[in-house]
Design a protein around this ligand. Sequence first.
Ligand code: ATP
Ligand code: MG
Length: 281
Amino acid sequence: MIAQDDTNRPSKRQKVAEKETNTESVSVQCTNQGAEGRVFETTFLGRPAMCKERFAKTYRHPDLDHKLRQTRMLQEARCLVACSRKGIDVPQVYFIDEHKMSLHLERINGWTVKEYLNMHESDDSKWSQVARAVGTAVAKMHMCGIIHGDLTTSNMMIRRSAVEDEKSDSDSNGSSSNGSSSSSSSSSSSNATKSKRSKTPLSVTLIDFGLGSQAVTNPEDRAVDLYVLERAMASTHPGSETKLVPAALDAYRKVCSKDHFKTMEKLSAVRQRGRKRMAFG
Ligand SMILES: Nc1ncnc2c1ncn2[C@@H]1O[C@H](COP(=O)(O)OP(=O)(O)OP(=O)(O)O)[C@@H](O)[C@H]1O
Ligand SMILES: [Mg+2]
């Protein structure tokens, strides 16, 4: 994050950043254009970045509009920084432009979880692996007092590097089963490396904290976050009720340990309320 100095004059680094973030001078590719804003690929100080810009809404009072967009942008940045400090995998925050109301983030090289699941539509074991990674990431985030507010499979990503690591793990496991290793010492050291590696399961990167909040320890809020996730999975991925949700919740419970009891209790109540609302409107 780049802050101004006390004199309120832009620092040298900020000037460079502003030059970099001038979208006229950098080739941009729009990834997502919604009613609220747009997300596009750019670079930041030579690094691949994503820029999230929030549009002004003419139907809102300009002061209110400014306040709302600023609050959401800063809230998103704060949640990302808080997650990152606690070791939760999220994009790094590069730059906040309060004037343009835009956020410059590390660009994750990979796929959204939605894309990844669709790419492996008939691979149940991959689905379960991804679901466990989702449950683990959400649990870690909740354990740090952070609520996402919009847990959909488009708001989570899988880094290409995470998949490649996994692939190389399974490749090396395959070669050892062929008995191709030469000496016993090299085989034992490679086994040690393998067992160390195989302890690193697939992980997901959480993005889009525009509706996020911090310092939340209320089980009800966590339960609502999980309910949003369940509903999002059900509406986007047919079969998720058996192939995704149970694995995700199982992983969630494991990470939260005894803290999960109250959340799960609340989740049942939230589900019931949801069902009633669907039945009676
Ligand atoms: N840091 C990132 N790295 C790579 N791709 C990203 C990144 N951030 C966003 N994307 C891509 O852009 C899409 C939209 O981004 P995001 O979910 O943050 O915005 P949004 O849904 O439009 O925002 P909001 O819901 O706050 O209006 C994502 O689904 C993903 O494909
Ligand atoms: Mg989104």
